[in-house]
Design a protein. Structure first.
Length: 198
């Protein structure tokens, strides 16, 4: 059974992201060729993809924390554990990237990113493209397109100005949410010796 976080991603998050895709088609058309007057729309679309992905990761983390803590027989200890697993998460204040995903999900006692990479050979490349998405997300949100040298190298050949790039990042996020859900579902099932979600 998928997590509530994954169900939300597949329904409400997709509907909200589709609003950007539909608006882009309405303004710029759907045929081939250069689009004008869509740059800001593409930027908004990119930021929305990053935001919805961060929400998914945060919701998945919360769901797993509550399920693991709920399996503790002593209710007061379970509540304390849930608070410790969630308190001061990086996902509450920063982008969903390796620097937040690893430390936050590793609190559960697994090597999350290593398990994600082991689950599918394409996940390392997807995580790299997630880093690109977040570099451009930060540039747009902070209106600072002067990138650090290592960020310039990371995003070389990509741009937030074209919807084709945003679509690819969205596809990567679609694939990563399935992978994240699968890895955590298997892990939580082992830990609680029962259904991963309630």
């Amino acid at each position: 059974m998928p997590s509530k976080a994954l169900q939300h991603w597949k329904t409400q998050s997709q509907a909200e992201l589709d609003e950007f895709a539909n608006a882009h088609a309405a303004v710029g058309g759907q045929g081939r060729g250069r689009r004008y007057f869509t740059r800001q729309l593409n930027h908004g679309y990119l930021v929305a993809v990053a935001a919805q992905f961060q929400r998914f990761c945060r919701d998945l983390h919360t769901e797993a924390a509550q399920r693991i803590a709920g399996a503790v027989p002593q209710a007061d200890i379970g509540k304390a554990l849930a608070r410790l697993l969630i308190e001061n998460r990086k996902l509450d204040t920063g982008n969903a990237h390796d620097g937040s995903l690893g430390p936050d999900f590793d609190r559960f006692g697994l090597s999350f990113l290593a398990e994600v990479n082991a689950a599918d050979s394409g996940n390392a490349a997807r995580r790299r493209r997630l880093e690109q998405l977040n570099v451009w997300r930060n540039a747009i949100v902070h209106q600072n397109f002067v990138l650090k040298p290592h960020h310039e190298a990371l995003v070389k050949g990509t741009t937030p100005d074209h919807v084709s790039h945003v679509r690819l990042w969205r596809k990567d996020c679609d694939e990563l949410v399935e992978q994240f859900d699968g890895v955590l579902r298997a892990y939580v099932t082992r830990v609680v010796a029962g259904p991963p979600w309630e």
